[in-house]
Design a protein around this ligand. Structure first.
Ligand code: ATP
Ligand code: MG
Length: 354
């Protein structure tokens, strides 16, 4: 029997509701397939941990996580703790510490769900957004001088390295090649930002030579938002910088029906460190503790985690269980127009596994 060590970090807010739901579904799946076991360790890191210890995770937290095969993450964010503290203190620490440089975001209108786009027949909106996850606008470089004075200047420097851009580009081309349409759109802002973004374009053209079977086109990020709305079927695999893809993927999630269904993988493709899988939504304090959170983004993230672990059959089985539940349309949470809670959706997906 194959065995995987999973580190579960529910984090804050509805993360504490959706991660246990995801683990319930995963353990049910493991029992049903009888081919692999999941050895799960749950860590109580996050904003409560910060309030009692002064840090979101222990000093040696990365060392603790290193032996795991994957990390299953909920959300961080707490009204009582500044956002940049929670983000940099836990999520980004893991992403950067484990060199999870490829952030992968599949976006698709699931069967039975509706896109807010007027003209979007089934199959039209089916994208994977690849977000550069280790440098760029979120490199954390810059500073402030004359703080609080009228002459204050703040800089927020984007760092793009040839090595960093080349590896994300190669990853995106390989992913595009693995999908039926073999189509990649490279998104930049190289008309207005004339250093890093121009290098992106150049490296894209160089890497494209190694992937002659992938059709590649370029788009500026502002035009890309319009294209996502007006011509969703013209896009398939998309690669963009840390900031641009962050914004585009929130738009993508909304166009696919709800932020509550969207999954992410933070991947270290070389597998020197564990990769991390999480829903894209945040801690959503407005609905926490009420059992209302949509767990589908967390379940879909589990599908990605299973694919990463090499359990392709189990991944397909879970994805089709999710799709059976959305297609039936009788057990949906409020964000999808239904009246079910987290527990009922979890039960429905567990039932659909059999
Ligand atoms: P954070 O600060 O951690 O990003 P947030 O409170 O800004 O969190 P998100 O969680 O990103 O908000 O989502 C915005 C809104 O979308 C929430 O306030 C919530 O109402 C809704 N939402 C998000 N996730 C879900 C979900 N899984 N199920 C239902 N509604 C959700
Ligand atoms: Mg938010």
């Amino acid at each position: 029997m194959r065995e995987y060590r999973i580190a579960a970090i529910p984090g804050d807010g509805i993360g504490k509701e959706v991660i246990p739901a995801g683990l319930t579904v995963l353990q049910r799946l493991a029992r049903l397939t009888n081919e692999f076991r999941l050895d799960v360790t749950t860590f109580d890191w996050g904003s409560d941990f910060y309030r009692s210890t002064g840090a979101l995770m222990p000093q040696d937290g990365l060392h603790t996580l290193q032996p795991f095969d994957a990390i299953y993450f909920g959300a961080v964010g707490d009204p009582g703790v500044p956002d940049h503290v929670t983000l940099w203190g836990l999520r980004l620490k893991i992403c950067q510490g484990f060199d999870q440089y490829a952030n992968v975001r599949p976006t698709r209108v699931l069967p039975g769900l509706k896109s807010p786009l007027a003209d979007c027949p089934p199959g039209t909106l089916d994208w994977v957004i690849v977000r550069e996850n280790s440098e760029g606008e979120y490199a954390g470089q810059g500073g402030r001088s004359h703080r609080g004075h009228p002459e204050e200047v703040a800089t927020e420097v984007s760092i793009f390295t040839r090595a960093g851009v080349t590896r994300i580009m190669r990853f995106a081309f390989a992913l595009a090649r693995s999908r039926p349409r073999k189509k990649l759109t490279v998104i930049t802002k190289s008309n207005a930002q004339r250093h890093g973004m121009v290098m992106w374009d150049e490296i894209a053209a160089e890497v494209a030579k190694d992937f002659p079977d992938v059709a590649v086109d370029k788009e500026l990020v502002d035009a890309a938002t319009v294209r996502m709305v007006n011509r969703p079927g013209s896009l398939d695999t998309i690669v963009a910088t840390n900031l641009h893809a962050d914004i585009l993927s929130d738009l993508a999630a909304a166009l696919a029906g709800s932020i509550g269904i969207a999954p992410t993988g933070n991947v270290n493709p070389e597998r020197r460190h564990p990769s991390m899988f999480e829903p894209i939504h945040g801690s959503a304090f407005d609905i926490m503790g009420k059992g209302l959170a949509n767990p589908i983004g967390t379940f879909w993230s589990a599908v990605m985690m299973l694919e990463h672990l090499g359990e392709a059959d189990a991944a397909r089985r879970l994805m089709s269980a999710i799709e059976r539940v959305t297609a039936a349309g009788t057990t949906l949470t409020r964000d999808l127009g239904g009246s079910a809670g987290t527990a009922q959706v979890t039960e429905a997906v567990c039932d659909a596994l059999t």
